[in-house]
Design a protein. Structure first.
Length: 297
């Protein structure tokens, strides 16, 4: 595998560099969204955080995505858009609770169980084969989660379970996206995400509305712009780089989040979190590599 990556870098240096740049922007966006969401939650309810994050996304979409409006008006697969966004919105709610109550590194490490859920839901709903490498990734992911949350230790927190539920929700959401891409462009999927999740966020936010201070505006912009930018940059990176290259790079979010949490919030860097996250990474990485070799054989 090292040879294939090295040969890829040598033969396609400019593409590899662009892919790394997109991944760097994606990681920065994810971290920015996390920090913005946590800062907002200091004065607003979590439901308001989701609403304002979607509201900022709406303004960005109106400015940058006008060309997508004709496709959006066609309302293709509208029922699946609603299912996908209800699931995704719920996952975001759980994930944001984790960001507020857990160290940032723990949230991102637990979130990396998402590929396991994707494999499971792909088997359940799309009838894809649950191969031995994917089962290996599932077992490794389970062990990694046990290392991170350490049942019976002070690290165990109900918010950890919510982040795991969020990862499952994101996995199911990705399965819906895979179905949606058969008839809808990625841009249209993002537009529908904002159009559906904005009213959902508003309806929930008014049930727990807190006074909004103008000083929260920069955090709203950071959280909202970061949310859209993170997924867009990640998708751009996946267009250029193989998943077997992207996954190890994306894992850098865990140690980066640990450093950011340490300097901004004084969070201790927990080696158990990094170790458990590494187990999850290795399990998923090996599954991707083995399945790729089989497909190229």
């Amino acid at each position: 595998m090292k040879k294939s990556v090295l040969s890829f870098m040598t033969a396609n240096g400019s593409d590899f560099g662009r892919g790394l740049l997109w991944m760097a922007l994606s990681m920065a966006s994810f971290i920015g969204m996390s920090v913005g969401s946590r800062e907002l939650a200091a004065t607003l309810s979590i439901r308001q955080v989701l609403f304002f994050r979607a509201l900022v996304g709406l303004f960005i979409i109106l400015i940058l995505a006008r060309k997508l409006l004709p496709e959006v008006r066609e309302m293709k697969m509208l029922h699946l858009h609603f299912i996908r966004n209800i699931v995704h919105f719920t996952a975001q709610y759980f994930w944001t609770i984790g960001v507020v109550f857990l160290p940032l590194a723990s949230v991102f490490a637990l979130e990396f169980t998402m590929p396991i859920w994707v494999a499971f839901f792909a088997w359940l709903f799309l009838k894809e084969k649950l191969t031995i490498p994917r089962l290996f990734a599932t077992l490794g992911g389970f062990i990694g989660v046990l290392v991170i949350v350490r049942p019976g230790s002070s690290m165990m927190d109900p918010a950890s379970a919510l982040v795991l539920l969020a990862a499952a929700g994101y996995g199911l959401s990705l399965i819906c996206v895979k179905q949606l891409t058969r008839q809808c462009s990625p841009g249209a999927i993002v537009v529908w995400m904002i159009l559906i999740q904005l009213p959902l966020g508003f309806l929930l936010a008014i049930t727990d509305w807190q006074p909004v201070n103008f000083s929260a505006t920069p955090w709203m912009l950071l959280a909202g712009a970061g949310a859209l930018s993170a997924h867009f940059c990640q998708a751009q990176a996946l267009k250029i780089l193989d998943a077997s290259v992207v996954i190890p790079i994306d894992f850098l979010r865990v140690p980066i989040a640990a450093v950011v949490g340490y300097y901004i919030y004084g969070e201790l860097i927990d080696l158990w979190v990094l170790f458990g996250g590494a187990i999850i990474l290795f399990s998923n990485y090996q599954a991707v590599v083995i399945e790729r070799r089989k497909s190229n054989a």
